[in-house]
Write a protein that binds this ligand. Structure first.
Ligand code: PGA
Length: 252
């Protein structure tokens, strides 16, 4: 059975002290002791090693980086490699987030390299795909997602593909307060699973975790997570407050 996952993406928020406090508030809360859900926290790079140290022996909480560089090392001032992230104690890395595609001009070629180097360093990519609002309104959303899967991920071997977590994040829903309906989310998650089935077969398509992201909050998480093909969420804004995030973790 696929494990349920709730991942919090803090983006560029929280000082070192604020982040450590938020992390403690989440993991030490008596309301956050469920074992059926894997909680992943993606803080900024400055928090990584400190928070990873706190959860070393906890199988229900893990740590993700929000990005990694596409090359292994070298003269790239200000960058952080997959190997460095792994050495800080993180097990996961978010790749392909729409904000990075937009603000950092991350191209398909670059994303392919990032996925490859993350896997090579034994980090699990949480790979984001999602259509923009024009594609949704012109009914091209399925086509858009199909291309994103094919262009950025379908070069992988079945073994490597099976290691991924996919996050379906419609761009129009990220940080906008407009959430996909459960019908829209289930429809797309089911479509993604069907595309994976066509390429890699039933076993891998059934085993792969597909998260929903985009204005997921304590009010709508239960309905979204009740969908057959929605295995949890990638949470932005609502991951910045411990009570909201814990409430989402408890929404299965
Ligand atoms: P949001 O962000 O929950 O604030 O919409 C989600 C994300 O960007 O992963």
């Amino acid at each position: 059975m696929r494990r349920k996952i709730v991942a919090g993406n803090w983006k560029m928020n929280k000082s070192l002290a604020q982040g450590l406090q938020l992390f403690d508030d989440i993991i030490n809360s008596p309301d956050h002791q469920q074992t059926n859900v894997l909680t992943i926290i993606a803080p900024s790079f400055i928090h990584l090693s400190a928070v990873a140290e706190k959860v070393k022996t906890n199988p229900n909480i893990a740590v993700a980086a929000q990005n990694c560089h596409h090359l292994s090392s070298g003269a790239y001032t200000g960058e952080v490699s997959a190997e460095m992230i792994k050495s800080a104690g993180a097990e996961y890395v978010i790749i392909g987030h729409s904000e990075r595609r937009l603000y950092n001009n991350e191209t398909i070629d670059l994303l392919i390299q990032k996925v490859n180097i993350a896997l090579k360093n034994k980090l699990t990519p949480i790979f984001c795909i999602g259509e923009n609002s024009d594609e949704r309104h012109s009914n091209k959303h399925l086509e858009a997602i199909k291309s994103q899967l094919k262009d950025t991920l379908f070069h992988l071997s079945a073994i490597d593909f099976g290691k991924l977590i996919i996050a379906y994040e419609p761009v129009w829903a990220i940080g906008t307060g407009v959430t996909a309906t459960s019908h829209q989310a289930q429809g797309m998650h089911n479509f993604i699973r069907a595309e994976i089935n066509k390429k890699y077969g039933k076993e891998i398509s059934e085993q792969i975790t597909i998260l929903y992201g985009g204005s997921c909050n304590p009010q709508n998480a239960k309905e979204l997570f009740s969908c057959l093909d929605v295995d949890g969420g990638l949470i932005g804004g609502s991951s910045l407050k411990a009570t909201d995030f814990i409430s989402i973790c408890n929404s299965f």
